[in-house]
Design a protein. Sequence first.
Length: 163
Amino acid sequence: MSGTSPHDARIRLKEILSDSVYCALGLRESLEQERSALERQDSESLTAAAINKEQCVRKLKELENQRANISVAAGFGPEPSAMPELAQWCDEDSMIVGCWDHLMEIARGCSELNMTNGAIIRLRHRQIESNLSLLRGDSSETATYSPLGAEATKFGRHSLADA
């Protein structure tokens, strides 16, 4: 059935999952630093956090590929959903399951942090666009039409640069 023994798979999975947890914790820290930099509007710290985040993500992808390769070599699928079967095959003391569950918990937290940071970035971007639009004299409002289908005009709107 497999090209690797349960014992060998267990040892290698333990190493990979331990390294993955360590990297995921680093990713979480980078995301927290990114959030702090966004709140402080500190571009240098934001750049440093982005670089760290990218390194962590790259390493996590590498480790995930290694995990998938072990899973395939053991006769299971490469997808994360194959982990329960793989663990049942090689994890006599539930250490792999515990490590995997911990990794998934950290990953969920990272996903939430990343979504929050993305929302902050999108909000700031809209604020900047709105401010630039105001400075240019453009309407930041959605275009509306009169009952006859003509575009509604905005009287008295001038660029601040013309003032």
